[in-house]
Write a protein that binds this ligand. Structure first.
Ligand code: DGY
Length: 325
Protein backbone atom coordinates (compact mmCIF):
# COMPACT_ATOMS: atom_id res chain seq x y z
CA UNK A 1 0.00 0.00 0.00
CA UNK A 2 1.38 3.48 -0.79
CA UNK A 3 2.33 5.60 2.19
CA UNK A 4 -0.05 8.45 3.03
CA UNK A 5 1.08 11.82 1.73
CA UNK A 6 2.09 14.27 4.46
CA UNK A 7 2.69 17.96 3.78
CA UNK A 8 5.03 19.63 6.29
CA UNK A 9 4.73 23.41 6.16
CA UNK A 10 7.97 24.08 8.08
CA UNK A 11 11.47 22.77 8.50
CA UNK A 12 11.44 20.50 11.56
CA UNK A 13 14.24 18.92 13.64
CA UNK A 14 16.20 16.21 11.81
CA UNK A 15 14.80 13.31 13.84
CA UNK A 16 11.25 14.45 13.12
CA UNK A 17 11.81 14.81 9.41
CA UNK A 18 13.50 11.39 9.37
CA UNK A 19 10.53 9.75 11.10
CA UNK A 20 8.09 11.55 8.78
CA UNK A 21 10.06 10.42 5.73
CA UNK A 22 10.20 6.82 7.05
CA UNK A 23 6.46 6.49 7.62
CA UNK A 24 4.93 8.84 5.05
CA UNK A 25 5.36 10.10 1.55
CA UNK A 26 6.60 13.29 3.19
CA UNK A 27 6.74 16.61 1.37
CA UNK A 28 9.28 18.52 3.45
CA UNK A 29 9.97 22.25 3.59
CA UNK A 30 13.73 22.00 3.73
CA UNK A 31 14.43 25.72 3.96
CA UNK A 32 11.57 26.90 6.19
CA UNK A 33 10.54 28.78 3.08
CA UNK A 34 7.95 31.45 3.87
CA UNK A 35 5.33 29.91 1.54
CA UNK A 36 3.91 28.57 4.79
CA UNK A 37 2.87 32.14 5.70
CA UNK A 38 0.38 32.11 2.84
CA UNK A 39 -2.79 30.10 3.51
CA UNK A 40 -3.76 29.90 -0.17
CA UNK A 41 -0.33 28.47 -0.96
CA UNK A 42 -0.67 25.83 1.78
CA UNK A 43 -4.02 24.79 0.31
CA UNK A 44 -2.61 24.83 -3.23
CA UNK A 45 0.32 22.58 -2.25
CA UNK A 46 -1.97 20.24 -0.31
CA UNK A 47 -4.17 19.88 -3.41
CA UNK A 48 -1.20 19.50 -5.74
CA UNK A 49 0.26 16.59 -3.78
CA UNK A 50 -3.05 15.11 -2.57
CA UNK A 51 -2.05 15.43 1.10
CA UNK A 52 -3.79 13.18 3.61
CA UNK A 53 -2.24 15.07 6.50
CA UNK A 54 -0.76 18.50 7.13
CA UNK A 55 1.86 19.09 9.79
CA UNK A 56 1.76 22.85 10.37
CA UNK A 57 3.06 25.18 13.07
CA UNK A 58 2.23 28.24 15.15
CA UNK A 59 1.90 31.28 12.91
CA UNK A 60 0.78 29.36 9.82
CA UNK A 61 -2.48 30.90 8.60
CA UNK A 62 -4.79 27.91 9.05
CA UNK A 63 -7.95 29.96 9.44
CA UNK A 64 -11.34 29.22 7.88
CA UNK A 65 -10.33 30.43 4.40
CA UNK A 66 -7.34 28.07 4.23
CA UNK A 67 -9.23 25.12 5.66
CA UNK A 68 -12.18 25.60 3.31
CA UNK A 69 -9.74 25.60 0.37
CA UNK A 70 -8.06 22.31 1.36
CA UNK A 71 -8.65 19.29 -0.88
CA UNK A 72 -10.97 16.49 0.33
CA UNK A 73 -7.94 14.20 0.71
CA UNK A 74 -6.94 15.99 3.97
CA UNK A 75 -7.99 14.01 7.05
CA UNK A 76 -5.92 15.63 9.78
CA UNK A 77 -4.10 18.84 10.57
CA UNK A 78 -1.49 18.30 13.29
CA UNK A 79 -0.03 21.51 14.60
CA UNK A 80 3.49 21.64 16.01
CA UNK A 81 2.31 23.86 18.87
CA UNK A 82 0.13 23.86 21.93
CA UNK A 83 -1.48 27.15 20.84
CA UNK A 84 -4.29 26.85 18.32
CA UNK A 85 -5.22 30.48 17.69
CA UNK A 86 -3.86 30.20 14.12
CA UNK A 87 -6.35 27.43 13.34
CA UNK A 88 -10.09 27.45 12.79
CA UNK A 89 -11.26 24.37 14.66
CA UNK A 90 -14.93 24.94 13.68
CA UNK A 91 -13.98 25.16 9.98
CA UNK A 92 -12.02 21.91 10.28
CA UNK A 93 -14.90 20.23 12.14
CA UNK A 94 -17.31 21.31 9.40
CA UNK A 95 -15.06 19.50 6.89
CA UNK A 96 -14.61 16.45 9.10
CA UNK A 97 -10.88 17.18 9.47
CA UNK A 98 -9.24 16.23 12.79
CA UNK A 99 -7.15 18.95 14.44
CA UNK A 100 -4.54 17.98 17.05
CA UNK A 101 -1.94 19.97 18.98
CA UNK A 102 1.03 19.12 21.24
CA UNK A 103 0.00 19.80 24.85
CA UNK A 104 2.19 19.13 27.87
CA UNK A 105 5.56 18.63 26.24
CA UNK A 106 6.49 22.32 26.10
CA UNK A 107 5.31 23.44 29.53
CA UNK A 108 8.69 23.37 31.27
CA UNK A 109 10.57 25.03 28.41
CA UNK A 110 8.03 27.82 28.13
CA UNK A 111 8.05 28.35 31.88
CA UNK A 112 11.86 28.55 31.71
CA UNK A 113 11.52 31.26 29.10
CA UNK A 114 9.06 33.20 31.28
CA UNK A 115 11.46 32.86 34.18
CA UNK A 116 14.34 34.08 32.01
CA UNK A 117 12.33 37.17 31.05
CA UNK A 118 11.32 37.80 34.67
CA UNK A 119 14.97 37.80 35.68
CA UNK A 120 16.04 39.85 32.66
CA UNK A 121 13.41 42.46 33.49
CA UNK A 122 14.07 42.54 37.24
CA UNK A 123 17.87 42.54 36.91
CA UNK A 124 18.09 44.75 33.79
CA UNK A 125 20.00 42.03 31.95
CA UNK A 126 19.07 43.31 28.48
CA UNK A 127 20.34 46.78 29.27
CA UNK A 128 23.55 45.37 30.72
CA UNK A 129 24.15 43.17 27.71
CA UNK A 130 23.57 46.05 25.30
CA UNK A 131 25.98 48.22 27.32
CA UNK A 132 28.77 45.65 27.16
CA UNK A 133 28.20 44.85 23.47
CA UNK A 134 28.30 48.54 22.62
CA UNK A 135 31.77 48.61 24.27
CA UNK A 136 30.36 51.40 26.43
CA UNK A 137 30.86 49.83 29.87
CA UNK A 138 33.40 51.84 31.84
CA UNK A 139 33.63 49.55 34.87
CA UNK A 140 31.81 48.52 38.04
CA UNK A 141 30.01 51.27 39.93
CA UNK A 142 27.91 51.09 43.11
CA UNK A 143 24.77 52.60 41.58
CA UNK A 144 25.07 51.17 38.10
CA UNK A 145 22.11 49.31 36.60
CA UNK A 146 20.45 48.53 39.90
CA UNK A 147 17.44 46.31 39.43
CA UNK A 148 15.17 44.61 41.94
CA UNK A 149 15.27 41.10 43.38
CA UNK A 150 12.53 38.57 42.77
CA UNK A 151 13.06 37.08 46.21
CA UNK A 152 9.94 37.45 48.31
CA UNK A 153 8.00 39.21 45.54
CA UNK A 154 4.42 38.30 44.64
CA UNK A 155 4.23 36.54 41.29
CA UNK A 156 0.85 36.75 39.55
CA UNK A 157 0.21 34.07 36.96
CA UNK A 158 -2.60 34.90 34.53
CA UNK A 159 -3.75 31.56 33.10
CA UNK A 160 -2.88 28.79 35.54
CA UNK A 161 -2.57 25.86 33.15
CA UNK A 162 0.40 23.52 32.76
CA UNK A 163 2.88 26.27 31.87
CA UNK A 164 1.72 28.55 34.67
CA UNK A 165 2.00 25.70 37.16
CA UNK A 166 5.56 24.89 36.03
CA UNK A 167 6.46 28.56 36.45
CA UNK A 168 4.95 28.56 39.94
CA UNK A 169 7.15 25.59 40.89
CA UNK A 170 10.27 27.42 39.66
CA UNK A 171 9.29 30.66 41.39
CA UNK A 172 8.83 28.91 44.74
CA UNK A 173 12.55 28.21 44.53
CA UNK A 174 13.07 31.99 44.47
CA UNK A 175 10.87 32.27 47.57
CA UNK A 176 8.21 34.13 45.59
CA UNK A 177 4.58 34.14 46.77
CA UNK A 178 2.34 32.72 44.04
CA UNK A 179 -1.00 34.28 43.06
CA UNK A 180 -3.10 33.28 40.07
CA UNK A 181 -6.06 34.39 38.02
CA UNK A 182 -7.88 31.76 36.05
CA UNK A 183 -11.33 30.95 34.73
CA UNK A 184 -11.70 28.41 37.54
CA UNK A 185 -9.96 27.70 40.78
CA UNK A 186 -7.80 24.57 40.45
CA UNK A 187 -7.62 21.61 42.85
CA UNK A 188 -5.50 22.05 46.01
CA UNK A 189 -2.86 19.57 44.78
CA UNK A 190 -2.29 21.76 41.70
CA UNK A 191 -2.61 24.98 43.63
CA UNK A 192 0.14 24.02 46.10
CA UNK A 193 -0.69 27.04 48.24
CA UNK A 194 -1.01 29.51 45.36
CA UNK A 195 -3.59 32.24 46.06
CA UNK A 196 -6.55 32.29 43.67
CA UNK A 197 -8.13 35.59 42.61
CA UNK A 198 -11.40 35.33 40.71
CA UNK A 199 -11.40 39.08 40.17
CA UNK A 200 -8.83 40.62 37.77
CA UNK A 201 -8.63 43.92 39.64
CA UNK A 202 -8.02 42.21 42.94
CA UNK A 203 -5.39 39.98 41.29
CA UNK A 204 -3.50 42.73 39.48
CA UNK A 205 -3.49 44.96 42.54
CA UNK A 206 -1.99 42.24 44.71
CA UNK A 207 1.12 41.31 42.70
CA UNK A 208 4.60 42.61 41.87
CA UNK A 209 5.29 40.55 38.75
CA UNK A 210 2.69 39.50 36.17
CA UNK A 211 3.35 36.52 33.91
CA UNK A 212 0.82 36.08 31.11
CA UNK A 213 -0.15 32.58 29.96
CA UNK A 214 -3.52 33.36 28.43
CA UNK A 215 -4.52 31.69 25.14
CA UNK A 216 -4.84 33.95 22.11
CA UNK A 217 -7.99 34.72 20.11
CA UNK A 218 -10.72 37.33 20.02
CA UNK A 219 -12.00 36.60 23.55
CA UNK A 220 -8.67 37.55 25.14
CA UNK A 221 -7.57 40.25 22.69
CA UNK A 222 -5.80 43.15 24.47
CA UNK A 223 -6.71 41.66 27.86
CA UNK A 224 -3.86 43.61 29.43
CA UNK A 225 -5.08 47.08 28.46
CA UNK A 226 -4.52 50.56 29.91
CA UNK A 227 -7.17 50.10 32.60
CA UNK A 228 -5.81 46.75 33.80
CA UNK A 229 -2.25 48.11 33.77
CA UNK A 230 -3.42 51.00 35.94
CA UNK A 231 -4.63 48.47 38.54
CA UNK A 232 -1.07 47.16 38.95
CA UNK A 233 1.19 48.56 41.66
CA UNK A 234 3.69 51.22 40.53
CA UNK A 235 7.02 49.55 39.76
CA UNK A 236 5.54 46.20 38.74
CA UNK A 237 6.99 43.90 36.08
CA UNK A 238 5.11 42.37 33.12
CA UNK A 239 6.14 39.25 31.22
CA UNK A 240 4.33 37.60 28.29
CA UNK A 241 5.20 34.19 26.84
CA UNK A 242 1.60 33.30 25.90
CA UNK A 243 0.21 35.10 22.88
CA UNK A 244 1.07 38.63 21.79
CA UNK A 245 -2.51 39.64 21.06
CA UNK A 246 -3.42 39.46 24.77
CA UNK A 247 -1.44 42.66 25.44
CA UNK A 248 -2.38 46.15 24.28
CA UNK A 249 1.05 47.21 23.03
CA UNK A 250 0.38 50.95 22.97
CA UNK A 251 -0.84 50.83 26.58
CA UNK A 252 2.20 48.82 27.71
CA UNK A 253 4.58 51.23 25.94
CA UNK A 254 2.90 54.15 27.76
CA UNK A 255 3.13 52.37 31.13
CA UNK A 256 6.80 51.49 30.57
CA UNK A 257 7.63 55.04 29.43
CA UNK A 258 6.08 56.57 32.54
CA UNK A 259 7.75 54.02 34.81
CA UNK A 260 4.40 52.86 36.20
CA UNK A 261 5.53 49.47 34.89
CA UNK A 262 9.20 49.19 35.88
CA UNK A 263 10.19 46.70 33.21
CA UNK A 264 8.80 44.06 30.88
CA UNK A 265 9.89 40.95 29.01
CA UNK A 266 8.14 39.73 25.89
CA UNK A 267 8.58 36.58 23.83
CA UNK A 268 5.40 36.95 21.76
CA UNK A 269 3.92 39.85 19.78
CA UNK A 270 0.62 40.90 18.29
CA UNK A 271 0.96 40.29 14.54
CA UNK A 272 4.45 38.80 14.91
CA UNK A 273 7.01 38.83 13.42
CA UNK A 274 6.01 42.51 13.30
CA UNK A 275 6.72 44.22 16.63
CA UNK A 276 5.17 47.46 17.93
CA UNK A 277 7.64 50.25 17.11
CA UNK A 278 7.32 51.78 20.57
CA UNK A 279 9.17 48.87 22.17
CA UNK A 280 12.38 49.52 20.25
CA UNK A 281 12.88 52.93 21.85
CA UNK A 282 12.60 51.57 25.41
CA UNK A 283 15.52 50.37 27.51
CA UNK A 284 13.33 48.77 30.18
CA UNK A 285 12.08 45.88 28.09
CA UNK A 286 13.66 42.57 27.08
CA UNK A 287 12.52 41.29 23.68
CA UNK A 288 12.95 37.65 22.62
CA UNK A 289 11.96 36.14 19.25
CA UNK A 290 9.21 33.67 20.31
CA UNK A 291 11.60 31.04 21.57
CA UNK A 292 9.55 29.76 24.51
CA UNK A 293 9.62 26.13 23.40
CA UNK A 294 12.94 26.37 21.55
CA UNK A 295 15.02 23.70 23.25
CA UNK A 296 16.30 20.67 21.36
CA UNK A 297 14.49 18.39 23.80
CA UNK A 298 11.18 20.18 23.56
CA UNK A 299 11.11 20.73 19.81
CA UNK A 300 11.84 17.03 19.31
CA UNK A 301 9.11 16.08 21.79
CA UNK A 302 6.66 18.39 19.99
CA UNK A 303 7.50 16.80 16.65
CA UNK A 304 7.08 13.26 17.95
CA UNK A 305 3.78 14.24 19.54
CA UNK A 306 2.52 15.72 16.26
CA UNK A 307 3.56 12.54 14.42
CA UNK A 308 1.86 10.37 17.05
CA UNK A 309 -1.36 12.23 16.24
CA UNK A 310 -0.85 11.82 12.50
CA UNK A 311 -0.03 8.12 12.90
CA UNK A 312 -3.21 7.49 14.87
CA UNK A 313 -5.41 8.88 12.11
CA UNK A 314 -3.46 8.07 8.95
CA UNK A 315 -1.64 4.82 9.79
CA UNK A 316 -3.98 3.17 12.27
CA UNK A 317 -7.37 4.71 11.50
CA UNK A 318 -7.92 5.59 15.17
CA UNK A 319 -8.61 8.79 17.09
CA UNK A 320 -5.67 11.21 17.48
CA UNK A 321 -4.61 11.27 21.17
CA UNK A 322 -4.56 15.07 21.21
CA UNK A 323 -7.59 15.63 18.96
CA UNK A 324 -9.24 18.94 19.82
CA UNK A 325 -12.99 19.03 20.35
C1 DGY B 1 3.05 27.02 20.95
O1 DGY B 1 3.32 25.82 20.98
O2 DGY B 1 1.91 27.43 20.90
C2 DGY B 1 4.19 27.97 20.97
O3 DGY B 1 3.83 29.28 20.93
C3 DGY B 1 5.20 27.64 19.90
O4 DGY B 1 6.25 27.14 20.65
Amino acid sequence: MPKPILLLTRKLPDAIEARAARDYDARLNSSDDPWSRDGAEIARRAAECGAAGILCAAGDPMGAATIEALPPSVKIIATFSVGTDHLSIPAAAARGITVANTPGVLSFATAECAFTLMLMAARRAGEGERLVRARAWTGWAPTQLMGVTLEGKKLGIAGYGRIGQELAAMARGMRMEIHYHNRNRVAPELEQGAIFHADAKDFLGAIDVLSMHIPGGEATRKWLNAERLSWMKPGSIVVNTGRGGTVDDAALVTALSSGHIRAAGLDVYDGEPAIHEGYFALENIALLPHLGSATEETRNAMGHRALDNLDAVLLRGTVAPDALP
